[in-house]
Design a protein. Structure first.
Length: 223
């Protein structure tokens, strides 16, 4: 079996895609991993090279949530279709939305990890401005509607997708997971560590900052 999978190289989607590819390799599934956005680092390339049955295809196309991405999104679609013709996958697994409505000719799974519309609502308490986000919403809605299956890592995310872009096609929650064998238990040190996008109010660093004076351990934040 063969799967064509897309991924961003920064953040949790990269971790998700490579962890899933590693698990699929254990089942004899070949994965073509097509990246967009920033190029993978040398360390990322080294790690995916050790996953059997995985082929890495790199591009620098802007992603749908970036500023003025639409020419790149169209070019990326043509590039992905070309990869599909060469790799001949049984399933197309998209970790983004805008390419869900391409004429793939095979089953398409769209995984909703996050989205600008629900983020904006949660952070700002209102709808995003029509310019520039109206086109984004329409492209996300079209991509989701064309999918054979929609997956989200939590019930909350799936509900947000349905509210912002629904009604959705058949969908389900599949929680994110990691291989516990890759995280051996070690002696712990007495501090709290937080990592993430410090500029993003949705990460709620303010809550951690407010709690820190009441915690006996030092709190370290990296972002």
């Amino acid at each position: 079996m063969r799967v064509l999978m897309t991924a961003d190289t920064v953040g949790g989607v990269w971790t998700y895609a490579t962890e899933l590819a590693r698990a699929l390799a254990g089942e004899g599934v070949e994965v073509a991993l097509a990246t967009m956005g920033a190029p993978p680092s040398e360390l990322q390339r080294e790690r995916v090279a050790r996953i059997p049955g995985l082929k890495l295809f790199e591009s620098g196309f802007r992603l749908e949530w970036m500023d003025d991405p639409w020419e790149d999104v169209e070019r990326a679609g043509r590039w992905l279709r070309g990869l599909a013709e060469r790799f001949d996958p049984d399933v197309v697994h998209l970790n983004g939305y805008a390419h869900g409505d391409l004429p793939w000719g095979r089953p398409v799974v769209v995984v909703g990890h996050s989205c600008v519309w629900s983020w904006w609502r949660a952070v700002h308490g209102c709808e995003p401005p029509a310019v520039p986000w109206g086109r984004y919403r329409e492209r996300v809605r079209a991509g989701l509607a064309a999918a054979d299956r929609v997956v989200a890592p939590t019930a909350a995310m799936l509900a947000a997708l349905d509210e912002c872009y629904g009604p959705l096609p058949p969908s389900r929650v599949i929680a994110n997971g990691r291989d516990p064998a890759r995280f051996p238990a070690r002696a712990k040190e007495p501090f709290v560590f937080s990592a993430g996008r410090l500029w993003d109010p949705a990460k709620n660093l303010a809550a951690l900052e407010a709690a820190a004076p009441e915690v006996p351990w030092p709190v370290y934040v990296a972002g």
